[in-house]
Design a protein around this ligand. Structure first.
Ligand code: CU
Length: 146
């Protein structure tokens, strides 16, 4: 069972806190409870992740559908601080070999399925030049599984 929320329709308090935490970004989030496979759609518009907070459970496969509505390429890289430090300094122009590192071409949709095993708070970031600084960042929380 999948429960997805349209941007801006729920949990105003959480959205406000998130907006403050992420420099005023328009906040939208998805909380995907349950133990079956999940799907989360993350639209990309105007060099932002339109869904900028996602909560999933550890041990549950989650398919991320990344829809790039922009006329330029983006990428979706999720991980801990070490992963992002590496990509900030990295030179890989295209990501295709890891489910947690995905290139999303202009106007295209990419999908990837990830099963997170470690509860914690992670970021997903576009590390193309200037995009992170512009605000192309989202938060992924992994809660303990059943
Ligand atoms: Cu980008």
């Amino acid at each position: 069972m999948t429960r997805r929320h349209q941007p801006g329709r729920l949990a105003l308090a959480g959205g406000v806190a998130l907006a403050l935490g992420l420099a005023g970004m328009a906040a939208a989030w998805a909380d995907v409870p349950g133990s079956g496979p999940q799907t989360v759609e993350i639209p990309i518009r105007y060099s932002r992740f339109a869904l900028d907070s996602v909560t999933v459970r550890a041990g549950v496969p989650v398919t991320f559908v990344l829809r790039n509505g922009d006329p330029i390429d983006h990428e979706w890289i999720v991980g801990d601080a070490g992963v992002h430090a590496r990509h900030r300094a990295g030179t890989e122009p295209v990501h295709a070999s890891r489910p947690t590192e995905v290139t999303v071409r202009a106007g295209a949709t990419a999908t990837t399925t990830v099963t997170f095993t470690e509860p914690g708070t992670y970021l997903y970031v576009c590390h193309l030049p200037g995009h992170e600084a512009y605000g192309m960042v989202g938060t992924l929380r992994v809660t303990p599984g059943d």
